[in-house]
Design a binder for this molecule. Structure first.
Ligand SMILES: [Zn+2]
Ligand SMILES: [Zn+2]
Length: 259
């Protein structure tokens, strides 16, 4: 079983990424991927390092050109990773008009700093950080209007796991199911030496038990050498958690991938 789609990839349109779109597309072709979805950061919180960095017009033009250039070799999908869209409803409404295939949303911030910043643990317990984080994710999901929830349990990647499972996780997962929002399996923790994707197996299993069927897989690569990494691992994880197959979004519509 093989997943030939990486649906979470950053190019130099993101402040924290290294490689240009074209280099990433060439690498995707070399790897034999069928789909590559660019999801560059769109961040409007002032404390975020990517604040106001993305030139949306230029980004959309570059994606349209790549679609044409790679036609027949690679399906380039037009995506976006919007940070905290529930706090920016006007900008979020504008984004809906720009012809994206996939809009991914996530929470990256807490107490005016990055959610993975270890200095947070000087001011809060790990459980408090997670409690706040999941509360914010729940608000985001209830706001809705996007296609994929990025890296649920993100702080774990940087701060370690809290004691026990947070009760908010089930509410988040059932809200995803109701709204038809897909849960992302993000493989980047594997590159940090962890033995889990984000979210972990337990959360994926809970999602499946709650009737969740929509899942996408992405590496969250910020450089070409990380592109496509962990896809095989994610496939095994999804199978173990009882999912039939992952999917992708084209013109905001969820479609199953072939295994
Ligand atoms: Zn993210
Ligand atoms: Zn990302």
């Amino acid at each position: 079983m093989k997943i030939a789609a990486d649906l979470h990839v950053h190019s130099t349109f993101s402040i924290d990424a290294e490689d240009e779109m074209d280099a990433l597309c060439r690498r995707a072709v070399d790897l034999g991927l069928e789909f590559l979805c660019f999801t560059d950061h769109y961040d409007l919180l002032e404390e975020d390092i990517g604040y106001d960095y993305l030139d949306l017009d230029k980004y959309c033009r570059a994606l349209e050109a790549l679609r044409v250039e790679y036609d027949g070799k690679l399906r380039v999908l037009k995506g976006l990773e919007f940070g905290e869209p529930h706090l920016f409803p006007r900008e979020f409404a504008d984004i809906q008009e720009r012809g994206f295939d996939l809009i991914m949303a996530g929470i990256h911030s807490f107490d005016s700093c990055f959610i993975g910043d270890r200095t947070l643990l000087e001011r809060f317990s790990r459980e408090e950080v997670f409690e706040h984080y999941y509360q914010e994710v729940l608000k985001l999901v209830e706001f809705g209007g996007f296609d994929v929830l990025a890296h649920l349990d993100l702080p774990k990647r940087y701060l370690g796991a809290p004691e026990g499972q947070n009760g908010l996780v089930e509410r988040i997962l059932s809200s995803l199911v109701k709204k038809g929002i897909a849960l992302e399996v993000n493989t980047s923790p594997l590159r940090k030496g962890l033995a889990e994707c984000s979210p972990d197996h337990e959360i994926l299993r809970l999602f499946q038990l709650q009737g969740g069927e929509r899942v996408t897989v992405g590496s969250d690569a910020h450089r070409s050498r990380d592109l496509g990494s962990g896809l095989r691992y994610a496939a095994a994880l999804l199978e173990r958690a009882g999912f039939e197959r992952p999917g992708y979004f084209y013109k905001r519509e969820y479609l199953p991938l072939e295994w």
